[in-house]
Design a protein around this ligand. Sequence first.
Ligand SMILES: *Cc1c(COP(=O)(O)O)cnc(C)c1O
Length: 472
Amino acid sequence: MANVLQNIPSVNELLERPPLRNLVERVSRTTVVGGVRHFLDNLRHDLQQAAADAEMPSPGELAERIAQWITADQTPNLRPVINATGVLLHTGLGRAPLAEAAVQALQDIGRGYASLEVDVATGQRSQRQADVAHILRRLTGAESAVVVNNNAGATLLALAALADDREVIVSRGELVEIGGSFRLPDVMEFSGARLREVGTTNKTRLDDFAAAIGPQTAALMRVHASNFAIVGFTERAPLEGLVDLAHRNKLLFIDDIGSGALHDFGAYRLGDEPVIGASLRAGADVVLFSGDKLLGGPQCGILLGREEPIRRIASHPLMRALRVDKLTLAALIATLRLHQDRERAEQSIPLLSLLSTPLANLQNRAERLAPQLAATAAVGQAEPFAATTFVGGGSVPTQELATWCLAVTPAHGSVDAMAKALRTGPIPVFGRIQKDRLLLDLKTVFPRQDMELIDAFQRLEPTPNQGDTEEA
Ligand SMILES: *Cc1c(COP(=O)(O)O)cnc(C)c1O
């Protein structure tokens, strides 16, 4: 075994080999030297543990393996992908894509210094959220607004500031878990508020809320059931009734509306989605929602409402821990400015333009792309396929959206193997598998990505990899 260790080539010798020499030019000498040393340390360790007759790869082979290892190590998992799942707000794929204006704002503000907390007219210290609050008030009619890291943070902060050590009454049917183990009851408990559940899973009446109100009650809360639907024998207390009940008892009404539709989304057939303005007009004291769902902006949580509760929220110590940075503010303000003109918003906010693309456009693209995919070596069959999809990301769970897909069967091997190969290419492609076919849903593919999609298929191996046990 000692002999094997002595046979390990030197770092300098390995760096002379073509794969690593080329890598030095593409990456940097320091990175490659560090990578080679790291790899060799691991190799020494492995060889010490291995059997006495363990074999040492040739220097050329070793250099190739190290180059691959360094390349993989240098490639981040976080990179742009083509979302062909059809799910518009896909949490795993980063929810809402940003508008060009928001991306530009990120660049402009991120690249240098910015007047984040300075008033340019007076040179005096200013409020970092003054601008965003101003535009949110304009757009929604709310008296006040404040922005935090996400909607989970908004919930935590609102309850900590408004109901610490007091009771908040919520319907049992709304005690939701939203992906990534965000459980409303846990967040409420963590905030210091005490949860008072009323009603049953499928039915909660106004009377149930009324009967639970006592001297310890601070607020009534409604949570939008954003990722599931209870259908059939159901009853929910009406919004106006809840607001009225809260105010008659001098309590606050907090409305977590989840995805935060700024406009009535009826035009997109998203009729059931609660609209921010409607909740405020009904008299909600605080309305909470995410910035990266239907608003189509960066990740953040937005709290709107009456001046007094929002001021208590903004001055709570947790605010400092949850507040957003200059990049989020820049991207959010740019997105909100686009929303000032609904037509412009539809053209320039990617989520809204994807939602409002006419079905006939998707069909045309599917018909044009199918023969191009079918012509690649890896594809057996590709055809246009009419299907339905969902908004996702905890919005309008039951609303199916009509769409067009490309239904692809591989020339060889399994559809799973093809799906994996597409995910692991230079621009990962994510589709969905249905009955031995890979569906690529054009609802979420930007037209500018059509050629990239074809390229991704052209790059696939025409035959399955060795060791692939699927029948050829
Ligand atoms: C999505 C959602 C949340 C969580 O929002 P994040 O911004 O992901 O933290 C909370 N409540 C409701 C009703 C939601 O739909």
